[in-house]
Each structure stands twice: as C-alpha cells, then as structure tokens.
Design a protein around this ligand. Structure first.
Ligand SMILES: C[S@@+](CC[C@H](N)C(=O)[O-])C[C@H]1O[C@@H](n2cnc3c(N)ncnc32)[C@H](O)[C@@H]1O
Length: 215
C-alpha cells in the first residue's frame, strides 16, 4: 500500500521544523546533510576565527570585499559591520538554499548575494561594475572540491584581486597552501584553535611582482 500524502509530507515538515527551531545553525546543518562535500563542515565558523581572519584587513582601503562560500552568513555580518558605508560585499555560493536565506535575512544595500561558483568571480564582479576586488575571503573546502576546481578558483582569484589585494583563506587542512603557492608571491599563515574543528589561516597577497604579473 502506498503512503498517503500526509504521511509522505511528514518527514519534510519535521526537518523544516527542526531547521526553523535551530535558526542559522539548522539551515547550515541542512546544507551539510544535502551537500556534505561542497559544504565541508557541520558547524559555522566561531567568532574567534572570524576576528582572527579579519584582523589584518585595512578597511579604509576596501571598496569591494568578496566572499566565497558564505553559507548562512557567519562572516557576512562581521564584514558588513567593518565595511565602509560606500563599499560593497559580494557573497558567492553554489547552494541556492543558502543564497535564498541570505537574501531574506540580511537587508543591507551594500550586500550582494550571488548564486554561482567562485571560479566565475571575474565575471561576477564585472557584472557588479567592478574591475577588481580589494579582498577576497574563502571558506571553501578546497581539498574536497571536485578535481580541478580548487586550482581554477585560486588562479581566477589572483586575477580578480588588485595588486596589493589579499586572498584570506581558512581551512581545516594545511594543503590549502598548495593551491595558493603557484600564484601568490607572499603568503602569511596562522592557526586558530578556538573553532570546531581548529583550522589553518592564510593571507595570500597579490604582490604585483608575482610570476603571473610578470608574464
Ligand atoms: C565550510 S562552508 C563555509 C561556511 C561559512 N563561510 C562559515 O564560515 O561558517 C563552505 C561553503 O562553500 C560553498 N561552496 C562550495 N563550493 C563552492 C564554489 N565552487 N563556489 C562558491 N561556493 C561554494 C558551500 O555551498 C558552503 O556554503
């Protein structure tokens, strides 16, 4: 006997109720359950990690800040708090549920959530009227992305940044550095214990004399 409509709908409603009760955490968990490889983590970033990662940014010099993989906006809000009134934040995510959630949840004229891939960052920033980004932040799970995607994103990011601009990366594995080294002339690193799980931080700067800038 096939289940009635009410019976088939019950599990979805239960999931929706749990997601609603947990707020952004529930939304993030739902994203992880649907796309574990793309989301790569079960818990959003901690405040300590956010403050550590953003500590080196000179906000007076930021016209355009780009974020890859914003999820439920854990970094978007702290970035908007620090961003100048006439600057912009473009947040790019491949997950339509996260982008819909961000559009509903953050009302700020400086904020532009975009459904797309970080690999297309150059076209996305051009479509918003910018030539280059000043800072690009990534919460992407580089080491679990499909083959070729991580290197393509690192190369596109180098081209999308202005000389002197920085790629800010937080990752659970040190291997993220392997994606940065072919492109960026200067890479500073750090580590943050106060996050679940603890993670590596990288600040990779387009120096203007990197090998690709000389070609
Ligand atoms: C670990 S979560 C980051 C969560 C969030 N930034 C935080 O700090 O809690 C990784 C995010 O990257 C997104 N993602 C995966 N591949 C992507 C790609 N190629 N371009 C843009 N976003 C991507 C996933 O949908 C997910 O939202």
């Amino acid at each position: 006997m096939s289940p009635s409509k009410a019976e088939t709908r019950r599990p979805a409603r239960l999931v929706d109720r749990i997601v609603h009760t947990l707020g952004p955490w529930g939304m993030f968990l739902k994203g992880f359950v649907k796309h574990p490889v793309m989301v790569g983590s079960i818990i959003p970033s901690s405040d300590t990690l956010i403050n550590h990662m953003l500590s080196k940014v000179d906000w007076d010099k930021v016209d355009l800040f780009v974020e890859y993989g914003p999820g439920v906006g854990t970094f978007c809000r702290p970035v908007l708090e620090r961003l100048r009134g006439d600057a912009a934040l473009i947040a790019i995510d491949t997950n339509p549920d996260f982008i819909d959630y961000l559009k509903r949840d953050i009302a700020d004229s400086r904020f532009h959530p975009v459904l797309g891939s970080a690999a297309d960052v150059e076209a996305i920033i051009r479509a918003h009227g910018f030539d280059h980004a000043d800072q690009i932040l990534s919460g992407l799970p580089f080491s679990t992305l499909p083959p070729g995607v991580g290197p393509a994103i690192a190369a596109a990011t180098h081209r999308a940044l202005r000389p002197g601009g920085t790629f800010l990366v937080y990752q659970f594995r040190k291997r993220a550095r392997d994606f940065l080294e072919p492109h960026f002339g200067q890479i500073d690193d750090g580590f943050e214990w106060w996050n679940a799980p603890p993670c590596y931080l990288f600040w990779a700067t387009r120096t203007g004399s990197d090998s690709e800038d000389q070609a």
